[in-house]
Write a protein that binds this ligand. Structure first.
Ligand code: PHE
Length: 356
């Protein structure tokens, strides 16, 4: 009986899994198990023998059953431990990176420009991109025979056959918004108009669609001196360093006198640096609003006067952020957007900083 005990207790201790345990249970205490067979032999014993063997066999059976149950629980615990090890989760790991879009440099610069001019009391005006040719040309003192119409490489919209009215155009500049805003707001007035404009042109510095920001201030005694101060103030805030401007006499049909404006820069090492050196870079057209333009906007030129300017947003974005090719702005290349784009929450303000 002692051999039987040792044999099963050891085998149970070494059982690898529940199936092996079940085999052992059948071999030992199952209906035809070794212990059960021994119990059957009790009947053939003398009462004296039975009195000793009976309790001993019962005790052995209990011991084996207890060992089976304990081993079964131990195997289940081990299985659970192994499973927990593989399903272990480290809740302190950083979260998986989220794909996040960026703000396009044009949108960013648009906001920067708006923030700076808002601080100088300019509101923001808008106008249609498909424009009546009267607003785009005639009202701006560009009559139909004027060479500026041909020079601008205008996109014309076709009229229905038999409709002889002049065609609509994709606006070639933001200047038509001057007229629309004067008509709507009257004088005095002070606004900028950022927007898309269109010209049939394509090379490293020209795309068929690009962005301008128009500026206009009308009052009783607004002069070129105010224009120069406003522009220097703007460029210094925008580039984050004091920037000198140079006014060169020029010609635009809608301003008189007219000036092209250059900003101070250096060309050293093949890169342009604004606000230092003694080089110059042309960035905008400007002048005192032509009396005919004031009139077209419904404002009396005998009573009011003012300045206007128009500047390329893409151009100043390229200058500030060192972007060499204008065409890449509109290619929608994700690598480019990731490199030059801005964080969505990096909203430009004068107090919080225009850009990081
Ligand atoms: N509209 C002109 C251009 O597109 C710029 C300009 C605007 C010039 C206002 C003078 C005054 O080139």
């Amino acid at each position: 009986m002692e051999d039987l005990r040792n044999k099963y207790i050891e085998a149970i201790a070494n059982a690898a899994d529940e199936a092996a345990l079940e085999d052992l249970r059948l071999q030992a205490v199952g209906k035809k198990g070794e212990v059960s067979l021994k119990m059957r032999e009790l009947g053939k014993m003398t009462p004296e023998e039975r009195q000793v063997a009976g309790p001993a066999l019962n005790a052995l059976k209990d011991e084996i059953n207890a060992a089976l149950n304990a081993k079964k629980a131990a195997l289940a615990d081990a299985a659970l431990d192994a499973r927990l090890k593989t399903e272990w989760l480290d809740v302190t790991l950083p979260v998986r990176e989220q794909r996040r879009g960026t703000i396009h440099p044009i949108s960013q610069v648009w906001e920067e420009v708006t923030a700076i001019f808002a601080d100088m009391g300019f509101s923001v005006a808008e106008g249609p991109q498909v424009e009546d040719d009267w607003y785009n040309f005639d009202a701006l003192n560009i009559p139909s025979h004027h060479p500026a119409r041909a020079e601008m490489d205008t996109f014309y919209m076709h009229r229905e056959e038999g409709d002889n009215r002049p065609p609509h155009v994709l606006r070639t500049h933001t200047s038509p918004v001057q007229i629309r805003t004067m008509q709507e707001k009257g004088a005095p007035v002070r606004f900028i108009c950022p927007g898309r404009v269109y010209r049939a042109d394509y090379d490293q510095t020209h795309t068929p669609m690009f962005h301008q920001v128009e500026g206009m201030a009308i009052g009783k005694d607004i002069s070129m001196a105010n224009l120069k101060w406003v522009l220097e103030e703007f460029f210094s805030a925008y580039f984050g360093t004091s920037v000198k401007t140079r006014f060169r006499a020029s010609h635009f049909p809608f301003t008189e006198p007219s000036a092209e404006v250059d900003i101070q820069c250096s060309w050293e090492g093949g890169t342009v640096k604004v606000g230092e050196g003694d080089g110059w870079l042309e960035v905008l057209g400007s002048g005192m609003i032509h009396p005919k333009v004031l009139q077209a906007g419904g404002i009396d030129p005998e009573e009011w006067q003012g300045f206007a300017f128009g500047m390329g947003i893409d151009r100043i974005a390229m200058l500030k952020y060192g972007i060499p090719d204008l065409r890449a702005f509109f290619d929608s290349d994700l690598r480019w957007l990731k490199h030059y784009g801005f964080a969505p929450l990096d909203v430009p303000t004068l107090h919080g900083g225009l850009s990081r």
